[in-house]
Design a binder for this molecule. Sequence first.
Ligand SMILES: [Zn+2]
Ligand SMILES: [Zn+2]
Ligand SMILES: [Zn+2]
Ligand SMILES: [Zn+2]
Ligand SMILES: [Zn+2]
Ligand SMILES: [Zn+2]
Length: 508
Amino acid sequence: MSVDMNSQASDSNEDDFGPNSEEEEEEEVGEEEDQGDIADYYEGVASDVEQQGADAFDPEEYQFTCLSYRESQKVLSEDVNRVASTLKVSPAVAKLVLVHFQWRVSVILERYKSSSSQLLCEAQVQPSTCRSMAVSTHSFQCGVCLQLVRKEALLALPCQHSFCKACWEQHCTVLVKDGVGVGISCMAQDCSLQMPEDFVLPLLHGDELKDKYRRYLFRDYVESHFQLQLCPGADCPMVIQVQEPRARRVQCSRCGEVFCFMCRQMYHAPTDCGTIRKWLTKCADDSETANYISAHTKDCPKCNICIEKNGGCNHMQCSKCKHDFCWMCLGDWKTHGSEYYECSRYKENPDIVNQSQQAQAREALKKYLFYFERWENHSKSLQLEAQTYQRIQEKIQERVMNNLGTWIDWQYLQNAAKLLAKCRYTLQYTYPYAYYMESGPRKKLFEYQQAQLEAEIENLSWKVERADSYERGVGEGELSANDRGDLENQMHIAEQRRRTLLKDFHDT
Ligand SMILES: [Zn+2]
Ligand SMILES: [Zn+2]
Ligand SMILES: [Zn+2]
Ligand SMILES: [Zn+2]
Ligand SMILES: [Zn+2]
Ligand SMILES: [Zn+2]
């Protein structure tokens, strides 16, 4: 089976992410393929979507490289050598200058041309001239422990603040044990001159402590570099490198972790990094309030029979009376067509500013719960749809074993489930975005596109769940061409809606 899949993958492999990123590769291939298939099957049918100006390119496309520890060391040391030789400083000092300027070498070289000493002062590797004059350096007393020592036993940075070796050692040891790498400065009060690593290292005792310090330094060098980001995966040493830092989806080729390049949190388009942090903090703070809404069962609004939700789709059909309704708002599903989909839009009370504080607080809570409930619900749908995906995988395997078609025949089902997850993920992250958005025409447009996306995702989910549960007669390897075409058309529409929304609202 896997042979089929692999040969398929290499056919249309156009990924930019290097040979290591298997997951990404699979996904990319899936998408490209869908489009090929849809184009073949449905020439002309989906053209109304295209005419609405949805773009052919994916607004989330982002170039990045996964670097191993060794590769990233190499990237760093190229910059270090260049700065060290131009500024005529040691590599250790060059690193501190680079950290100060987020490793923007061109900025450093530019600044160096206009004033070299100002540059070094600003990076806190050289004392300003007035300070070094004012300090007395002739006492043989350590400024920390006040012991009298031989002059040779005193150590000082270029600021000439002298202390005994034992005090320096203690200072550095305590900070390194605390997790400090870059950022250890002179012990004198009001002196923030930075200690270069070649000053610190000889003061640390034991290989273990030295290694720790080197690890923290590496972490800090990468974190301060505007084009690099450490993989947030547990104990993963990989580094992501980009040309242009942006809040975009990146994936580690070693551990598979997916995250936002800018903030290293869960990827969150169309919401921006600051807003998603605010939202997640708010959700954590208000978790008590929000707890009561997490219901697994609801009553059918028509016949009142208790209904349990075990799929991701929010278009529900009562098993008893066959009434079609919406899981979120319990409204009739007929009012959830993409033309008049209102379920995702919160209707604010326009008169609220004139009402009592209590009423305003109630309204604020109501609004938050509205968005939170939808955010939570889509997150749950994602989990349930992941189970559907598993089931589809198993079913395909079973069918292939029984000679009901090949993996290639069934792969469109797998692709549909993958695309559904991708669309639903974006939809989930539209809710924090909408919550913090100010009312106005732009919010109206956003809500319109969000509603369109949501309607098409629920349609897609409905079709995937049904395609998954079809039991065809023996000997027949596929759904009818119609069913399959219908599903593929729905995939295309949903993905176009997603791209349109991201194109218009995720360009930070
Ligand atoms: Zn001392
Ligand atoms: Zn000092
Ligand atoms: Zn990783
Ligand atoms: Zn981010
Ligand atoms: Zn019912
Ligand atoms: Zn609804």
